[in-house]
Design a protein around this ligand. Sequence first.
Ligand SMILES: Nc1ncnc2c1ncn2[C@@H]1O[C@H](COP(=O)(O)OP(=O)(O)OP(=O)(O)O)[C@@H](O)[C@H]1O
Length: 255
Amino acid sequence: MSFVVVENIFQTYGKRPIIERVNLTVAEGEFISIVGASGCGKSTFLRLLLAQEKPTRGSIRIDGNPPATEPGLERGVVFQKYSVFPHLTVRDNIVAGEAFQRPWGRFFGAPAKAARARADETLARCGLDHVADQYPATLSGGMQQRLAIGQALTAKPRVLLLDEPFGALDPGTRLAMHAFLLELRAETGMTVFMVTHDLEEGFKLGDRVLVFDKPRWDPTDPEAYGATITYDFDARDGGIPFQTLKEETHVFRPA
Ligand SMILES: Nc1ncnc2c1ncn2[C@@H]1O[C@H](COP(=O)(O)OP(=O)(O)OP(=O)(O)O)[C@@H](O)[C@H]1O
């Protein structure tokens, strides 16, 4: 069943084409990794899915409807530099993530206590239980990012958009967050779009790996053409060796 349907999307800023002719169908629950050279429009594509921008041409449907302009239950998002709520403690940031699921957004009494207990479980999984009562400003960048990821995942959105979410983390924390993400995905069946610069990570976590690249390339005017999806790899069961991808595409084209 088609859950996310992207039809012939173009996005142009001024006269400059960024992405062109993007077509994509994603089933609910699929994990889509997106890779591509820097500046080829991967984040732009996520912003279109978030309805932060309207495509110049083409249409996007999520479960049959255009994406809602307000973030909420349907879609969660984590950027590489994500700002958590600075005025809330680490624990309350996680509780706030869960509160996105509820129209009124606040908990009192027993539900509040239960939400705090669930938040503490999440914090333990993110390795942040020892700083639950601190404020985000007292945490390192990597810890703040773990908090942001924990917060977005706690809301259990139907679609999770991740823009290089693990880029700033050390290798050990990154592996722990991979496991956390895969567990929650298995529990919730959410659909995930993740932009990454790490091909190995893309193939490890994704069911499919999409490559954004410019099929037309003018060396005298590199900005003349936009990027599109040039490869759509099945990454289940190990997929193809990612070295092949490195050799055959311009993903690592020097800037
Ligand atoms: N609002 C905007 N107005 C004009 N140009 C923009 C706008 N947003 C993005 N761009 C340009 O569009 C191009 C694609 O940007 P985008 O951030 O989508 O690329 P990316 O593939 O995610 O890059 P990276 O891997 O470096 O994060 C860039 O050259 C950027 O400067």
